[in-house]
Design a protein around this ligand. Structure first.
Ligand code: 5GP
Length: 207
C-alpha cells in the first residue's frame, strides 16, 4: 500500500507573497499534485476551467455544498471558494503530496478533517510597512482598499496565527521557499509516517 501523501496548507494575509513562495517551491520540487477548488468568482485573464478553478454559479455551488462534495468553503471578497473532497481523499490515499492555498478558516477546516495528514503554515510579512509597500506595488487596489486589507490583517488574520503549526516570515522569497520545503521534509520524517522502517529493520517500536 502506498504511503499516504501530505497536505500542506498555506494561509496568509493578502500581499504576503503566498503565490510567489508556492511557485518557488513547486519549481524547485515537482513532488506536488494539483488540487483545483470550486469558486463562484469570474474567470480571469488566462485562467482555465478545471486548471485554475472549477467555475460555478451560486446555484451549482449550493448543490456541491448540500451534496457534501465540498469539504470546506469560505467567502473571500464576495465570492465563494471551496475545497472538493474528491480532490483530496483519493490523492492522499494514493500517496500524492498536496499544496493548498486557502483562507484561514479553510486551512483550519482541512486540518480538522485530516489531522494526521495535514501540516498548516502561516506566512507573515516582514513588517506592516513592507506589506503596505507590496500591496501598493501590486497596483490592484486603491489606497483605501489597501488600508482596509492591512486593518483586516492586523485585527482578524494575524491574531489567528497561533492556530497554525508553523510560521514563515516572507522577507526573501528563496529563503521562505527553502523554509517551506524544510517543513514539508520534516513532516515526512515524522515517526507516525515511518513506523514501518522499524519493522523492516526487524526491530520493535512502541506505538
Ligand atoms: P483568487 O481569487 O485570488 O484566486 O483567490 C483568493 C483566495 O481564495 C486565495 O488567496 C485563497 O487563499 C482562497 N481560496 C482559494 N481556493 C480556496 C478554497 O477551496 N477554500 C478556501 N477556504 N479558500 C480558497
Amino acid at each position: 500500500m502506498a504511503k499516504r501523501g501530505i497536505i500542506t496548507v498555506i494561509s496568509a494575509p493578502s500581499g504576503c507573497g503566498k503565490n510567489t513562495v508556492i511557485s518557488e517551491v513547486k519549481s524547485l520540487h515537482d513532488d506536488f499534485d494539483y488540487v483545483v477548488s470550486a469558486t463562484t468568482r469570474e474567470i480571469r485573464g488566462n485562467e482555465r476551467e478545471g486548471v485554475d478553478y472549477f467555475y460555478k454559479t451560486e446555484a451549482e455551488f449550493d448543490r456541491l455544498v448540500e451534496s457534501g462534495e465540498i469539504l470546506e468553503w469560505d467567502t473571500y471578497q464576495n465570492n465563494r471558494y471551496g475545497t472538493l473532497r474528491s480532490q483530496i481523499e483519493e490523492k492522499i490515499k494514493s500517496g500524492k503530496n498536496l499544496m493548498l492555498d486557502l483562507t484561514i478558516s479553510g486551512a483550519l477546516a482541512v486540518k480538522e478533517a485530516f489531522p494526521d495528514d495535514t501540516v498548516t503554515v502561516f506566512l507573515l510579512p516582514p513588517s506592516l510597512e513592507e506589506l503596505r509597500k507590496r500591496l501598493q506595488l501590486r497596483g490592484r487596489e486603491s489606497q483605501e482598499q489597501i488600508e482596509k486589507r492591512i486593518e483586516t490583517a492586523i485585527s482578524d488574520e494575524i491574531p489567528q496565527v497561533y492556530k497554525f503549526d508553523n510560521i514563515i516570515v516572507n522577507d526573501v522569497v528563496s529563503v521562505a521557499g527553502a523554509e517551506l520545503l524544510a517543513i514539508i521534509k520534516a513532516e515526512k520524517l515524522k515517526y507516525k509516517r515511518n513506523q514501518e522502517i522499524i519493522n523492516e529493520l526487524g526491530l520493535k517500536g512502541e506505538n
